[in-house]
Write a protein that binds this ligand. Structure first.
Ligand SMILES: [Mg+2]
Length: 463
């Protein structure tokens, strides 16, 4: 070892700032394509803005869009700009929002309207490029690199889109313009409502590097805490960190993370009609009252399974893995999953598998009450790609499929509520569910996964 040349060899200091090194000099070619022009468009206070459009009397008032308190979902999902200035935050219980802002108007959610306006806004984006990738209901990336000949440079296109959305729909957006998706998104975060912000090769170190790490999309709580321990607190500090050193702590993710911080994110903006096979399809619900018996649990799991199976079939998907998560009254999540020999999208198989998991997970006596349940089917494949393990007993599955198929046909023709198993209708009444709930996708949008053990992905909320 002592014969090793030491010229140019350097170590990272505690702050992760790399000293001079030959290794870096020879690897200093710029990674990532920096000639692209990417926009990130983010609707401002989307839910609250739609509420004001639907009810102009709300204009100028303090608004919080909240889940239904009688169903124990009484938390702020979105707020108006002025309510935000009073300290009202997403995820806050209604009573706290009222304490901070006594004049606040509580408005119920209207997902059908959000969906409608979201589609209208995306149709405007689509006039400028076919590469429009939505991220949640109120955000989109647009790759306008090849649209510049038609519509002007990135800033001009951004400005034009902002104005068009405002003129035609009366909604405002913040637009970030940059050379990759990560920076474009940070740009829209930095932009004022109804404004455009450019993150360029000239200004990115000045604008992006001082931002805290939490601004990066894929730095979750766990990764954030770990980076914090390494004394990496800003995006700039992460950008300056040595990739190999970080790899030793974070594994393969380190590379992607540092590339994002350095502005080398070269992920593409998907086409408007691009549909990726999702990682999982799931439904969860917070119950109007705690569940106290296995029988009640079975009813709820039945309802959830029905919705999931229907959504899977609509997307021509089947999955090999069923996942169940349970939240207790102390708001602690726990969950487990199990795989089956053949992929499924039938109600009865999903329910049976979820109940099997439940019986293993919730064996304690006496029965511990349950506040919320979530079922998901993962490990998905399109129906054309199914490889059945012929040793598996698929007879039941074939029968279940035939049953579900009949249900689907009737529902498509007459509506979702026109047919349900007697058991389902019964469950609804016994559990105090509003029958109309059956028609809305009750994905628990809230990011209450702090106490989650056995995890699925994070849900985003702020709209
Ligand atoms: Mg938004």
């Amino acid at each position: 070892m002592s014969s090793m040349p030491i010229i140019g060899f350097s170590f990272c200091d505690n702050n992760g700032i790399m000293g001079f090194s030959w290794w870096r000099m020879f690897n200093s070619k710029v990674k990532g394509d920096r000639s692209r022009v990417i926009l990130h468009c983010d609707l401002n206070n989307f839910f609250a803005s739609v509420a004001m459009k639907l009810n102009p009397a709300l204009r100028g008032k303090y608004i919080a869009v909240c889940g239904n308190p009688s169903l124990r979902k009484g938390i702020v999902l979105a707020k108006s700009e002025n309510a935000k200035r009073m300290g009202v935050k997403t995820g806050m219980p209604i009573w706290e929002a009222r304490r901070l802002c006594p004049d606040i108007e509580i408005v119920p959610t209207d997902y059908v309207a959000y969906e409608t306006y979201s589609k209208k806004v995306q149709a405007i984006y689509y006039r400028f490029t076919n590469q429009v990738e939505s991220f949640g209901i109120d955000e989109c990336w647009l790759d306008v690199t090849h649209s510049q000949k038609l519509f002007g440079d990135g800033m001009q296109i951004a400005e034009r889109i902002r104005q068009t959305v405002k003129d035609e729909l009366g909604l405002t957006i913040s637009v970030g313009v940059s050379f990759n998706k990560t920076y474009a998104k940070l740009g829209s975060d930095l932009a004022e409502p109804d404004a455009v912000m450019a993150i360029t090769l000239e200004n990115y170190q000045q604008l992006i590097y001082p931002l805290p790490l939490s601004n990066l999309l894929f730095v979750g709580k766990k990764t954030g805490a770990l980076l914090n321990k390494l004394n990496i607190k800003t995006i700039g500090e992460l950008a300056a960190y040595d990739v190999n050193l970080l790899k030793s702590f974070l594994g393969i993710n380190a590379e992607k993370l540092i590339a994002e911080a350095r502005g080398e994110d070269d992920s593409e903006v998907n086409d408007y009609d691009f549909r990726e096979v999702p990682r999982s399809v799931g439904n969860g619900t917070t119950l109007p009252h705690d569940l106290k018996t296995r029988r009640e649990v079975e009813s709820v799991i039945y309802l959830l399974s029905e919705k999931i199976a229907f959504r899977l079939r609509e997307q021509n998907l089947q999955g090999y893995t069923v996942h169940l998560s349970i939240k207790d009254p102390d708001l602690r999540w726990c969950g487990a999953q199990t795989s089956i020999a053949y992929p499924t999208n039938t109600v009865l198989t999903i329910r049976r598998t979820a109940m099997k998991i439940f019986d293993q997970l919730w064996v304690q006596k006496p029965f511990r009450p349950i506040r919320a349940l979530r079922v998901a089917v993962a490990n998905l494949t399109t129906m054309a790609n199914v490889q059945i393990n012929f040793l598996a007993d698929v007879n039941d599955e074939v029968k279940n499929q035939a049953l579900d198929h009949v249900f689907d046909q009737i529902r498509r023709k007459y509506g979702t509520q026109q047919i349900m198993l007697g058991e389902t209708a019964d469950s609804y009444q016994k559990l105090g569910f509003d029958l109309s709930l059956y028609d809305c996708d009750d994905i628990d949008r809230l990011n209450d996964d702090e106490n989650y053990c056995g995890g699925t992905g994070q849900n985003r909320t702020d709209a």
